[in-house]
Design a protein around this ligand. Sequence first.
Ligand code: FAD
Ligand code: NAD
Length: 460
Amino acid sequence: MAAYEFDVLVIGGGPGGYVAAIKAAKEGKKVCIAERANFGGVCLNEGCIPTKTLIKTANTLQEIKEAASFGIEGVNPANVSVSMEKLQKRKQGVVQTLVGGVKGLLRGNKVTVMEGAASFVDAHTVDVAGKKVTFEYGIIATGSNVLVPSFIKREGTNRILTSREALNIDAVPASIAIIGGGVIGVEFAYLFNKLGSKVTVLELMENILPMVDEEVSGMAKKRLEKDGVTFHMGAKVQAVKDNAVLFEKGGKAESVKADCVLMAVGRVPNTEGLNAEKIGIAFEKASIKTDDRLRTNIPNIYAIGDVNGKVMLAHTASHEGMVAVDAICGKHARMEYDKIPSCIYLDPEIACIGLTEKQARERGLRVKIGKFPMAANGKSLVEGDTDGMAKVIVDAEFGEILGVHLYGKHTTDMIAELSVAMSMEATADEIIHAIHPHPTVSESLPEAFMAAYGKAIHCM
Ligand code: FAD
Ligand code: NAD
């Protein structure tokens, strides 16, 4: 008789957990997964997929309003509007299809599914809704939740939304103040602006989107401003009082009043009720501490995705799930955290990977910088939007690609090329000599790499 009921037990059915469970089953393991709410986790139910579904409608609305500039007659922009009821219905349909798909895949791979919150009893046993389950290896994939910080005081009567409520609105607010100019703040600023709200963003730092090269994020900020979004940079929000956001900027107290306030100042790992501390799992601040093979300090327990607090992205969670299962199976995969692509869904889009120019210089690296404007890219002109650029950061001596930051049409679908290139330690020369099809926005990549050597063809 086997010592444990399962070879692998996964806690949490988000993009980290469900991928790990399926991968472990495909490796021949007997697998159980426990989920306390909805399969697909934050990503499918209240994160990546619902935001992008709403943003798709915002983009479509914009295109229809601009129909005349594409030679289309008969569209009166004043008559075009969005039915929030129909949009919410579409969003639910997309979410349900994907969540159903995840459940089907788990079933198809003979993963045992348990519904309920899991809590550790010891390093080989969990309790799921009163039932004890034993396992050889455990993978914690419990994700994260919205951070509602105590340092932002709340006084009077407020309508404060988190991303969760913002995704479920049934009417577009006339005005919204967004606290935080990170990815959530900026994607929602874009969305609400396109849907017709007056949007104000309050950000503590001097730049929005800290993981993106300043020059590139600056271009996106300028575009959002041109479209009507107001930014207060260097704004330290201290309180929300009767829907007015109170902040300090350059030593001066200021405020912004709006119909509602979106809190977007980050997320915190989910570990409440897990009993992880009780069985001796080590933490780093609020996150479960892991190495580059996702091992915790307890030899048979791994932690993947947002709960380890390293890079809170869905594709990171899924990849960590694959690496953890490889480690369990005695293989030698490792995470390379400096080569994870990141995409921000505005129009035009932002996509980036690796170091920013500032980070490279702070590390004392000798770099060459190449830039190619989308205004010189034929496909961008065809698309009717030439804002943006491709910016590349290359090692000056060997030509190794250190970072790529893109702002332009279709760039979120282009960045995977750089992910492959960087994982193979490719050089600028290798991208330059790989043929990019015409007409595509991807042609801006070899051009930007050639620009790093002063040799771009299609710009001076
Ligand atoms: P989660 O998706 O959080 O899943 C964890 C699961 O564990 C949940 O289903 C939860 O119910 C369950 N759970 C928790 N505790 C227990 C327990 N004790 N027992 C049983 N089950 C438990 N990332 C991107 O890459 N691209 C995007 O475009 C993007 N957009 C986003 C938009 C928004 C508004 C938000 C909030 C996030 C977005 N993210 C995006 C981030 C992405 O959603 C997360 O990085 C990703 O969901 C993390 O996956 P995970 O598996 O670690 O955790
Ligand atoms: P974040 O950490 O990216 O940004 C939070 C921002 O709030 C920071 O820029 C910070 O300087 C600012 N801030 C903090 N305290 C403040 C204060 N008192 N006043 C003013 N500003 C303040 O967090 P987020 O935007 O909430 O996103 C959470 C996670 O979700 C991120 O890790 C992100 O990767 C993930 N996400 C990804 C995508 C995507 O990939 N497209 C989309 C949405 C969310």
